[in-house]
Design a protein around this ligand. Structure first.
Ligand SMILES: [Zn+2]
Length: 188
C-alpha cells in the first residue's frame, strides 16, 4: 500500500501515520523528521534544510526529491510507504509520479485555530524526541521528559509567528495538491 498523508502542519498526520505504519507493515516516512535528524547530526544537508525551516519556508523541491529517492531505495519501502509531509508542492507531486504510484491520498482537515493552539503548546524532548503538549499531554515534572529525563524545549518552527507563516505556505503551496489528487487518485 502506497499512501500519502495531506493536511496542514499540526493536523496530526504524523501521529496517524506512525499508528498506521505497524498495522500495515510499511514504513512511515516523514521528510520533516529526516531533515531534523540531519540538522541534529550537523550535516551539510541539515544546514541547508535549517536555513529554510527556521522561517517556516519549504526546503527546495530538488533537495526534497533527492532525499525521497534515497529513502525509497531502502528495503523496507519495497512493500509500500506512508509519506507524511511529502509531496508539498505540485512540482514535487509531478516528479514523484515519475518514480512511484500512489494508492491512497488521505487529507486531514483541521481549522487554523486548532492548528495554532496545538502547535504553539507542543514541546519536544531534546534527547529522545518524544512529543508533549503543555495543554493536552503534560510531562509529569515540568520541563523534564517522562521517558528519558531529558530537557523539554519548544521547536523553533512551533512559535506563533512561524506557525502562521507555515499555514500561509501550506495554503499557497500544498493545498492545491488536494485538487491535483482529486483528479488523479482516490482522495479520502
Ligand atoms: Zn526524552
Amino acid at each position: 500500500m502506497r499512501i500519502v498523508m495531506l493536511g496542514p502542519p499540526g493536523s496530526g498526520k504524523g501521529t496517524y501515520a506512525s499508528r498506521l505504519s505497524p498495522t500495515l507493515g510499511i514504513p512511515h516516512i516523514s521528510t520533516g523528521d529526516i531533515f531534523r535528524e540531519e540538522i541534529k547530526k550537523g550535516t551539510e544537508l541539515g544546514a541547508i534544510a535549517e536555513s529554510y525551516l527556521k522561517d517556516g519556508q519549504l526546503v527546495p523541491d530538488n533537495i526534497v526529491m533527492d532525499v525521497v529517492k534515497e529513502r525509497l531505495k531502502r528495503e523496507d519501502a519495497r512493500k509500500g510507504f506512508i509519506f507524511d509531509g511529502f509531496p508539498r508542492t505540485i512540482e514535487q507531486a509531478d516528479s514523484f509520479e515519475k518514480i512511484s504510484k500512489i494508492d491512497k491520498v488521505i487529507n486531514i482537515v483541521v481549522s487554523d485555530e486548532i492548528v495554532i493552539k496545538r502547535l504553539s503548546s507542543r514541546r519536544q524532548c531534546s534527547k529522545c524526541g518524544a512529543i508533549y503538549n503543555i495543554l493536552f499531554l503534560k510531562t509529569k515534572k515540568e520541563g523534564v521528559c517522562d521517558k528519558c529525563g531529558g530537557s523539554i524545549y519548544q521547536r523553533k518552527d512551533d512559535t506563533i509567528e512561524v506557525i502562521k507563516e507555515r499555514l500561509e505556505v501550506y495554503k499557497k503551496q500544498t493545498q492545491p495538491l488536494i485538487n491535483y489528487y482529486k483528479k488523479k487518485n482516490p482522495l479520502r
